[in-house]
Design a protein around this ligand. Structure first.
Ligand SMILES: [Zn+2]
Length: 104
């Protein structure tokens, strides 16, 4: 995957595009921060006559489980907490626990 920022100017807005080869996978509108992902990548993205600068690939990182957090339990064990689950026995037993309440 390659992120490219359009620098052509004129009628071409300076959007940032995410390309997989010649397929357009997603883009971020100029002045916006949220990528728009196409359901089906658009084939044959045409770069002819246009100018691009390297874009910031990290803008396109999809939401992932990296919001997982490690907490230390009252007896010193470590648990992994995400917005959806916790690895502690309390969560396993009750489906909720104090760690999740603390997880923001
Ligand atoms: Zn827990």
């Amino acid at each position: 995957m390659e992120a490219l920022r359009e620098t052509t100017g004129g009628q071409f807005h300076p959007h940032t595009y995410l390309l997989d080869g010649t397929k357009l996978v997603a883009y971020i509108k100029a002045n916006e921060a949220t990528p728009f992902y196409f359901k089906n990548p658009i084939k044959g993205f045409d770069k002819r006559g246009r100018k691009f600068a390297p874009g910031n690939n990290s803008l396109f990182t999809e939401k992932k489980e990296s919001n997982a957090r490690t907490v230390i339990g009252s007896s010193g064990q470590t648990y992994t907490v995400t917005a959806e689950s916790c690895s502690c026995p309390g969560y396993t037993y009750r489906g909720t626990c104090k760690h999740m309440a603390e997880h923001v």
